[in-house]
Design a protein around this ligand. Structure first.
Ligand code: ATP
Ligand code: MG
Length: 237
């Protein structure tokens, strides 16, 4: 049974329907990427899973439980962690205080290593140098790392990352990619939305392509690498 199993998910903003029956799954320990152009429906998909935008129909099974209709706080409690593109840090608090505010005990009594500041610094070594700085004073790349780290402090069973590489300088993207590969190697389960094809292909075990609110392709990075016409049709601008 997949950790997350989304079936036929439909979401609308008022009268404007945006998702038309999305189905995708994430197995425990997998990194799955949702690729698509601007406006394809990536953020809406992740927001629907989190309950930030209530979906209209479909099913969202997480750890075997139906969570369609769950509120965001319930999604967190069930073990989902979401990092929005705009990070949403407590900008007036220090980085360490942001971490403290997000700390949550692991759920389900699962035997595993809970996140603490020491483990965060092991994953994102640079964070050590700005632990006491005000989060609002950090660069975009630093804020992105802090936002991911803060969500990890909640010990999520599934991490949802919305376009983590968006807006970052190439060197910062490389640094982030390296950290996320380490996170993956530690066994974390991640659903990541991306427009950066290479970033997603290097990280993901499987990729889905979304266009106009529908899944158009699903395969491994190696399979997608062998399909230039698919990349051309759905991902090139
Ligand atoms: N709050 C909203 N109200 C109305 N329409 C919205 C809202 N948010 C998104 N949309 C529309 O829904 C569609 C999907 O948007 P979404 O943000 O999910 O795409 P995306 O794939 O995340 O794009 P991007 O790469 O730009 O982040 C777009 O047509 C967008 O204009
Ligand atoms: Mg988006």
């Amino acid at each position: 049974m997949p950790l997350l199993d989304i079936r036929n998910l439909a979401t609308a903003y008022g009268a404007s329907q945006v998702l038309f029956g999305i189905s995708l799954s994430v197995e425990a320990g997998e990194v799955v990427a949702l690729l698509g152009r601007n406006g394809a429906g990536k953020t809406t998909t992740l927001s629907s899973v989190m309950g930030l935008v209530p979906p209209r129909s479909g099913s969202i099974q997480f750890q075997g439980k139906e969570m369609f209709g769950a509120e965001p706080f319930e999604a967190c409690r069930l073990g989902l962690g979401f990092v929005a593109e705009d990070c949403r840090l407590f900008t007036g608090l220090s980085v360490a205080e942001n971490f403290e505010a997000a700390r949550m005990a692991p759920r389900n009594g699962a035997v595993r290593l809970p996140w603490d500041v020491r483990r965060i610094v092991g994953l994102f070594p640079d964070v050590r140098t700005f632990l006491e700085r005000r989060a609002g004073a950090l660069s975009g790349g630093q804020q992105r790392m802090v936002a991911i780290a803060r969500t990890l402090m909640g010990n999520p069973d599934l991490l949802l990352l919305d376009e983590p590489s968006e807006g970052l300088a190439p060197l910062v993207v490389e640094a982030l990619l390296k950290c996320l590969k380490t996170l993956k190697a530690s066994g974390a389960t991640v659903l990541i939305s991306e427009q950066n094809l290479r970033f997603a292909m290097e990280l993901a075990d499987r990729v889905y392509i979304i266009e106009k609110g529908e899944i158009r392709y699903h395969g491994t990075p190696a399979e997608l690498a062998a399909r230039p016409e698919i990349r051309q049709q759905y991902l090139m601008v």
